[in-house]
Ligand binder design. Structure first.
Ligand SMILES: [Fe+2]
Length: 392
């Protein structure tokens, strides 16, 4: 029987190699004055022959530019908003990775309201955003966060009293997601690995989530198949355009799934560690994915009534393990955990010490980690054990 569910709106999705050529026409649907948000290393060079900004200006579109480096802070958003509030652009276009897309998404939402972005962040501020925004187009140049399809923007302040929290509203889903896998071709292997593991974690957590439904399952399954077929390939050869296309599809799908089914404890860790350290989100997810799933499975096996969740783990494992038909569910799950450890090592994802995390901060990270929609809630001791296992 199919149980009832609720599914948020989607952007207009335009997906495929070479589709970034449609950007000028898409922009015109919203106006002629735009704010272009991009990363420090302009991925816009990927536009055939010219930079995006150059192409757009040639097309008669007035372009203001904002460069974002690293994950967006509340100050970056507030500064940009106060700069553009008097004469807001007709639309915001983000061309970049997750941080760039999140920055553009937050700016488009904050240009229509008073106050600082911090006031509206979940778990930090006390104001409720009405969901108004100016139009926003997301053009990803990495395959990872799926921010092109989500309704939240993650804003961080790093350090003591830091936070890593979301500005969220159903209406913040981008108006258009223009996903051109060719734009990810020049993404370096370490970024490809970290963002690919973010995407894999998101699909896995959405599939296993206590809030998953038939609709998100169907999408997550296809995204997971694409990860299986493409992630290792694209890490070994970044120019493999079929594998780049597979990962771009998986990332987009992971965004849709997380927006509708939620996430699990790996993202709980990433949010707690991300408030203390400026370490790429995908790197933390990738480093902790195998050990977190191992602990979750251990606790599920000890708990009565976890049969349905273990059965879901086994269906997930079937997508990744060869000769699955001949193996018991228990063996499939064990081999899946093993697969995750091998993948983590194969993609050269670091341990937490290598990533720059101090051992003294592990208790605080464990204390601030939420299990979110994990199939079983992990207690602080379990969380510490996961962190310690990955501390090298
Ligand atoms: Fe993520």
């Amino acid at each position: 029987m199919i149980e009832s569910f609720r599914f948020s709106r989607l952007p207009l999705i335009i997906f495929g190699r070479g589709k970034s050529r449609e950007l000028p026409a898409l922009i015109r649907n919203f106006g002629n004055r735009m704010l272009l948000v991009s990363g420090r290393f302009s991925a816009m060079e990927n536009f055939p022959g010219l930079s995006f900004a150059g192409v757009l200006e040639e097309e008669g579109i007035e372009v203001e530019k904002l460069v974002v480096s690293g994950e967006p802070s509340d100050r970056l958003i507030d500064d940009a908003v106060s700069h553009y509030r008097k004469h807001p652009p007709d639309l915001v276009v983000s061309v970049g990775g997750g941080s760039v897309m999140d920055a553009g998404k937050a700016i488009s939402a904050m240009l229509t309201v008073e106050g600082n972005v911090r006031d509206y962040l979940e778990g930090v501020g006390f104001r409720e955003h009405p969901g108004t925004k100016i139009p926003f187009i997301a053009v990803p140049t990495t395959a990872g966060t799926g921010s092109e399809a989500t309704k939240n923007s993650v804003i961080s302040r790093v350090g003591k009293d830091g936070f890593k929290k979301s500005l969220r509203h159903d209406n913040f889903v981008p108006d258009t997601a223009l996903v051109d896998p060719d734009l990810t071709i020049s993404c370096p292997p370490e970024v490809t690995a970290a963002s690919g593991m973010d995407c894999f974690t998101q699909l896995t957590e959405a599939y296993l989530s206590t809030r998953s439904n038939e609709y998100t399952d169907a999408l997550a399954t296809e995204g997971l198949k694409a990860v299986r077929a493409s992630l290792t390939r694209v890490f070994r050869n970044g120019k493999d355009s079929d594998a780049r296309t597979g990962m771009a599809f998986a990332a987009l799908t992971s965004g849709i799934c997380l927006a509708n089914a939620g996430l699990g404890v790996v993202h709980g860790f990433a949010s707690a560690a991300g408030a203390l350290y400026d370490i790429p989100h995908g790197l933390i997810c990738g480093s902790l994915m195998a050990a977190s799933n191992e602990m979750t499975v251990r606790r599920l096996r000890e708990q009565s009534g976890s049969g349905p969740f273990l059965a879901r783990y086994a269906s997930l494992a079937r997508l990744f393990i060869d000769d699955a038909g001949k193996k018991s569910d228990e063996r499939l799950i064990d081999e899946f955990i093993e697969y995750l450890y091998e993948l983590t090592a194969g993609l050269n994802l670091p341990g937490l010490r290598q990533a720059g995390i101090s051992e003294n901060d592990l208790p605080e990270i464990a204390l601030n980690t939420e299990s979110k929609n994990n199939p079983v809630k992990l207690d602080t001791e379990d969380l510490m054990a996961v962190l310690q296992k990955r501390y090298f």
